[in-house]
Write a protein that binds this ligand. Structure first.
Ligand SMILES: Cc1cc2nc3c(=O)[nH]c(=O)nc-3n(C[C@H](O)[C@H](O)[C@H](O)COP(=O)(O)O)c2cc1C
Length: 122
């Protein structure tokens, strides 16, 4: 069903907002691109009911994150799963419907060495 969306963020101002929403994990702002994976529970609800909406959509989005990380690694890129963020702030920054809550996660993508350096310095 692919019960998720991927929002690609390259805009510097928006990345700074996301970094602040991630409790000031500043490496999010310096990554060239931030991918935000949003589960879309409504896409599953019709076919799989509440279990599909509550659980399958999260699983679907989580699997997508993991494969994206593997694909980035193959390309020589570094990623960091960012699960710690203000659930209220991120939908406002990205204009996504509220209620995605814990089903959203971001990952920053950059050169592998860059990501490690940025995180070490925070
Ligand atoms: C669900 C989940 C959420 C995470 N959230 C964060 C986060 O917000 N910030 C962060 O630096 N690492 C977070 N991590 C950990 C990183 O993804 C990574 O595993 C960890 O920093 C170790 O990476 P390294 O082995 O490349 O140093 C999270 C991991 C998981 C599984």
């Amino acid at each position: 069903m692919q019960a998720y969306e991927i929002i690609i963020v390259r805009d510097a101002a928006r990345k700074r907002q996301l970094a602040a929403a991630a409790w000031h994990q500043d490496f999010v702002a310096v990554a060239p691109v931030v991918l935000v994976f949003c589960a879309n529970p409504d896409r599953n609800r019709g076919k799989y009911g509440e279990r599909g909406a509550r659980l399958y959509a999260v699983q679907d989005a989580t699997i997508a994150v993991t494969y994206a990380q593997l694909a980035a690694t193959v390309q020589g890129l570094g990623t960091c799963w960012v699960g710690a963020f203000d659930e209220g702030a991120v939908p406002q920054i990205l204009n996504t419907p509220p209620g995605g809550g814990p089903w959203q996660c971001c990952q920053s993508v950059s050169r592998r060495s860059h990501n490690r350096r940025a995180r070490a310095g925070r």
